[in-house]
Design a protein around this ligand. Structure first.
Ligand SMILES: *[C@@H]1O[C@H](CO)[C@@H](O)[C@H](O)[C@H]1NC(C)=O
Ligand SMILES: *[C@@H]1O[C@H](CO)[C@@H](O)[C@H](O)[C@H]1NC(C)=O
Ligand SMILES: *[C@@H]1O[C@H](CO)[C@@H](O)[C@H](O)[C@H]1NC(C)=O
Ligand SMILES: *[C@@H]1O[C@H](CO)[C@@H](O)[C@H](O)[C@H]1NC(C)=O
Ligand SMILES: *[C@@H]1O[C@H](CO)[C@@H](O)[C@H](O)[C@H]1NC(C)=O
Ligand SMILES: *[C@@H]1O[C@H](CO)[C@@H](O)[C@H](O)[C@H]1NC(C)=O
Length: 590
């Protein structure tokens, strides 16, 4: 009896196992198998080890493959380079050629071979003819070359085309305009040339277009505003010319627009009526050749958070309507021809963190309303026609301000003492190209968060303790005190304990004597410029220990003796200038 029962159990177990076995061995369609085998054969390195497990004929069970349950045909290849599991993330790599035979897997809906880094070859020219069901094509982050094939325009179900960060060349096929279901077109960081085809305006379901960092030329299609659901448009860093099309103002859904770093000209054509571009949050038009005024209607684009118009040729006044942009956090207007005063309404921008209006023709006085900018952290007013005479004390009271750039603002007199006790400790201070006099205040060195300082022209320091006090401790990484009247001190004593300094520029002063060996303690130093002083004696051998040094300028001094052989140890050194000294050449007989 027991043995009979046992026999029954064994038989049932065998049936169960047999069923399982049958599934494992279930063969997939010969074309799918052939296509996948060719793909695998093209790859000679797979650091993830996924392809090594592709054995047998049951390709629906292979890692990264999914099939349609009813037809048994392969519908997905998902082998992205970036693999994240519950507790770890892992960047894998495949090296080899993308086999054109992958198109044999003719029922594919999704191909994800993105971010594999080393996948080379071309996008199969026949892709559009062979894979009619394709919805998502991810081949980004590889080494693919050649064109985006014309046939892609036949993939009528395509929704997402991610080919960015490859080396694709040639022009954008105008057939792309046929892809009525396309939602994302991401082709940035390739070498695509030629014009943006007019047919793109037919992409009426597109949500995101990103073509930045290519070499596209010509005009932006005039009717681009017909892409009614477009949320993000990035055409930056190309060679686009002509005007910004008027129709852009009709992009009702757009929240990010980047047209910066092109050769665009003419005026900003939007918004022409209230409510236009009311979703726009991020706008970059910088680094073009745009002209005219910033439109008075600019303040109607009430969602704006970050705006960069810098490095164009905008003139006229800053429109007071900007004060209505209550969500604005960053405003970059530098490098234009803006004139007039800063409007009082700017003081209403309660969210503003960064305001850069440097290199314009803005006049003083500064409106006191600026003192209500509670969140302002960085203010750059450098190189305008402000003629401030003195540093405005009320500005120094702004609760969040810690990065202050007031270069070339016509400030006279000593560095004001109230800067030592600002509500938010100063981290960056640029008072260069003013008319400062007096000496370096001792409290500067006690600003523990200060890491970048630039103060040149006319400061004097003839007494040694001046520097010792100023820079005896702190966290400075960037020190530019070039072009002053300093004669002694800093090299000899003070900076020796500022061991975090990466950039030290004391060129064009009157430093004399010997460079102290303490300079060798500046272990993070990357740039040292002591040129155009009166420093003498031997070259500072201690510098041989500063292995991070990349730029060393000691020219135009009175150094004597030989070039220390230890300098040969400076393997990172890219620039060395020792000219115009009194050095003995290594090969000289004298
Ligand atoms: C990952 O986490 C989910 C739920 O948090 C869990 O169901 C799953 O089994 C985990 N997968 C692995 C591979 O650990
Ligand atoms: C947009 O599509 C329509 C209808 O299919 C077609 O007639 C037109 O030529 C296309 N426009 C462009 C610029 O390709
Ligand atoms: C700001 O908006 C209000 C109405 O929303 C308007 O009356 C006012 O003129 C605008 N201010 C500026 C400076 O444009
Ligand atoms: C302000 O803009 C100019 C021009 O782009 C730039 O050089 C400068 O570094 C900016 N200032 C700050 C504080 O970022
Ligand atoms: C140091 O400052 C001078 C004058 O201010 C400038 O010309 C020079 O380029 C600077 N040196 C370095 C290495 O940046
Ligand atoms: C370089 O550093 C070592 C150890 O810190 C020290 O012994 C040596 O004297 C230094 N060399 C020079 C040239 O300062």
């Amino acid at each position: 009896m027991t043995s009979w029962l046992l026999w029954l159990v064994v038989v049932f177990t065998m049936i169960a196992v047999g069923k399982g076995k049958q599934n494992v061995h279930q063969e997939c369609h010969p074309n799918d198998l052939k296509g996948l085998a060719s793909f695998k054969a093209g790859i000679h390195v797979d650091t993830s080890g996924r392809l090594a497990k592709w054995v047998g004929h049951g390709c629906c069970r292979w890692e990264g493959i999914a099939c349609n349950e009813a037809t048994g045909r392969v519908t997905e290849i998902r082998l992205p380079g970036f693999i994240s599991t519950n507790d770890s993330v892992f960047q894998s790599q495949m090296r080899g050629l993308l086999s054109p035979s992958i198109t044999l897997v003719s029922c594919l809906e999704i191909i994800d071979l993105g971010g594999l880094i080393g996948l080379a070859g071309r996008i199969p020219p026949s892709i559009g003819l062979r894979l009619p069901n394709l919805r998502k094509l991810y081949l980004y982050g590889n080494k693919l070359i050649g064109p985006v094939p014309d046939s892609i325009g036949k993939l009528s179900k395509l929704e997402e085309l991610h080919l960015y960060e490859n080396r694709l060349s040639g022009s954008l096929p105008s057939t792309l305009g046929n892809l009525r279901n396309l939602k994302q077109l991401l082709l940035y960081s390739n070498e695509l040339a030629g014009m943006i085809p007019d047919s793109f305006t037919n992409l009426t379901n597109i949500v995101q277009i990103d073509l930045h960092s290519n070499i596209l030329t010509g005009h932006i299609p005039e009717r681009i505003g017909e892409m009614q659901v477009l949320e993000k448009l990035d055409l930056s860093k190309n060679l686009l010319t002509g005007k910004i099309p008027l129709s852009l103002a009709n992009l009702n859904s757009i929240s990010e627009m980047y047209l910066d770093s092109n050769h665009l000209e003419g005026e900003i054509p939007f918004p022409s009526s209230f409510g236009q571009l009311s979703s726009l949050s991020f706008l970059r038009l910088d680094d073009n050749h745009l002209t005219g005024r910033i439109p008075a209607s600019f303040g109607n684009m009430i969602s704006l958070q970050r705006v960069s118009l810098e490095n164009n040729k905008f003139d006229g006044v800053i429109p007071s309507s900007l004060g209505n942009l209550s969500a604005l956090t960053e405003l970059y207007l530098s490098g234009n021809l803006l004139s007039g005063q800063i409007p009082e309404s700017v003081g209403q921008l309660s969210q503003l963190i960064m305001f850069n209006v440097s290199h314009n023709q803005i006049q003083g006085p500064l409106p006191h309303e600026l003192s209500s900018l509670q969140n302002l952290q960085t203010l750059d007013l450098s190189f305008n026609h402000l003629n401030l005479i003195s540093f405005p004390k009320w500005l120094a009271q702004l609760p969040s301000l810690s990065r202050i750039y007031f270069a070339g603002c016509g400030i006279q007199g000593e560095i004001p003492d109230f800067l030592q006790a600002t509500p938010s400790p100063i981290q960056e201070l640029d008072l260069s190209s003013n008319h400062l006099t007096g000496s370096l205040p001792a409290w500067l060195g006690r600003l523990t968060q200060l890491y970048k300082i630039k103060l040149f022209k006319e400061l004097t320091c003839f007494k040694d303790p001046c520097f010792r006090n100023a820079f005896s401790d702190g966290s400075l990484t960037y020190v530019d005190l070039s072009d002053n009247y300093f004669s002694t001190g800093i090299v000899q004593a003070g900076v020796g304990s500022q061991t975090g300094i990466q950039y030290l520029n004391l060129s064009h002063n009157f430093l004399e004597g010997r460079v102290a060996t303490t300079i060798g303690r500046l272990k993070s130093l990357q740039t040292l410029d002591l040129s155009c002083n009166r420093l003498g004696f031997n070259l500072p051998e201690a510098l041989a220990n500063v292995s991070s040094l990349e730029k060393l300028r000691l020219q135009k001094n009175h150094f004597t003796g030989r070039i220390p052989s230890g300098f040969l140890k400076l393997t990172k050194l890219k620039e060395l200038d020792l000219s115009d000294n009194l050095l003995a050449g290594e090969d000289s007989c004298g």
